[in-house]
Design a protein around this ligand. Structure first.
Ligand code: ATP
Ligand code: MG
Length: 264
C-alpha cells in the first residue's frame, strides 16, 4: 500500500539519542508515558500517530524546547552521544545549536534572508569574519535547495518569500549552525506538492550528514522519507521499527488500525 524505500534502509548506524523511561507532564496531565527509544545517526526517523498523541511533545524533549513551557515537566533520561541533555551543566541554547528544529509553520525572523541564516552562526560566534559568514550563509541556502531562488535578493526580507521558500529558508537557518540532529515538526503541512517534494528530497540528502526526526500526518510521506518509524498513541510509543515493517507488517493491532485508516 505504501511505497517505502527499502533499499535505503539504514544498516547499523550509531545511536545519537538514547531515551529511557521518558515521562512528560503538563501540570497534572500525563502526556508522554514511559517512552524508551534509540534514535540513530544518518537516519530519518518518522513519528506518526493521531492528533494529540504526543508526537510534538516528545520531539520537543529532544532539544529541551519543553523548558520554555511553564507547566511542562520532563522526567526520565535522554542522552545525546552518551551525555545527559537534562544535566544542569548543559546550556539549552548550546544544545539547540546541536539539535536544530523546524516548525510546522514557516517562521522566518523579520529580518533579511541573509540575516535569518546568519543569525545562529552570529549568536554562537561560529565564524571569524564576514567572508566566512558569507560562506556559511551560501552553503546553508544551497543545502536547503533555495540558493538559486534567493541569491540575487539576499537583503530582501525573509517574510517576503512564498510559504515553501520560507520553509526552506527556515531549514537553511536551522542547518547554519551545523547541527548534528534536525527535528522537523510537520515541516510540509503548509506546503504545496512541489515544495513538499523539494523538502522531502532535501530530507533525504540531509540524512547523509545528520540524524533527522520528522513528525508527519502523511503516512505516504513517512513511508517515502524515513527508514525508521515510531507510532504513538495516547502518549505511549506503541511500536518502533523499520519503516518498511511498520507499513507492511506491524506487530501491534493499534498500528495496523492506524495505518489502514481505522482511526486517527
Ligand atoms: N502547552 C501545552 N499545555 C498543556 N497541554 C499541552 C500543551 N501542549 C500539548 N499539550 C497536550 O499534550 C498532549 C499531546 O500533545 P501534542 O501536541 O504533543 O500532540 P501531537 O501528537 O503533536 O498532536 P498533533 O498531531 O495534533 O500536532 C495533548 O493532550 C495536548 O493537549
Ligand atoms: Mg504536533
Amino acid at each position: 500500500m505504501y511505497d517505502t524505500n527499502e533499499a535505503k534502509t539504514a544498516v547499523q548506524n550509531d545511536v545519537k539519542f538514547h531515551c529511557s523511561d521518558v515521562q512528560v507532564y503538563y501540570g497534572e496531565s500525563h502526556a508522554i508515558k514511559d517512552v524508551s527509544i534509540e534514535l540513530l545517526d544518518n537516519t530519518v526517523t518518522a513519528f506518526i500517530g493521531p492528533s494529540g498523541c504526543g508526537k510534538s511533545t516528545f520531539l520537543r524533549c529532544l532539544n529541551r524546547m519543553n523548558d520554555t513551557i511553564d507547566i511542562c515537566r520532563v522526567e526520565g533520561k535522554i542522552d545525546l552521544d552518551g551525555e545527559d541533555i537534562y544535566d544542569s551543566r548543559v546550556d539549552p541554547v548550546q544544545l539547540r545549536a546541536r539539535v536544530g528544529m523546524v516548525f510546522q509553520k514557516p517562521n522566518p525572523f523579520p529580518k533579511s534572508i541573509y540575516d535569518n541564516v546568519a543569525y545562529g552562526p552570529r549568536i554562537h560566534g561560529l565564524t571569524k569574519n564576514k567572508a566566512e559568514l558569507d560562506e556559511v550563509v551560501e552553503s546553508s541556502l544551497r543545502k536547503a535547495a533555495i540558493w538559486n531562488e534567493v541569491k540575487d535578493r539576499l537583503h530582501a526580507p525573509g517574510t517576503g518569500l512564498s510559504g515553501g521558500q520560507q520553509q526552506r529558508l527556515c531549514i537553511a537557518r536551522a542547518i547554519a549552525t551545523a547541527p548534528e540532529v534536525l527535528l522537523m515538526d510537520e515541516p510540509c503541512s503548509a506546503l504545496d506538492p512541489i515544495a513538499t517534494a523539494q523538502v522531502e528530497e532535501l530530507i533525504d540528502e540531509l540524512r547523509e550528514s545528520y540524524s533527522v526526526v520528522i513528525v508527519t500526518h502523511s503516512m505516504q510521506q513517512a513511508a517515502r522519507v524515513s527508514q525508521k518509524t515510531a507510532f504513538f498513541h495516547l502518549g505511549v510509543m506503541v511500536e518502533y521499527d523499520e519503516t518498511t515493517k511498520i507499513f507492511t507488517n506491524p506487530s501491534d493491532q493499534r498500528t495496523q488500525d492506524y495505518i489502514t485508516g481505522r482511526f486517527g
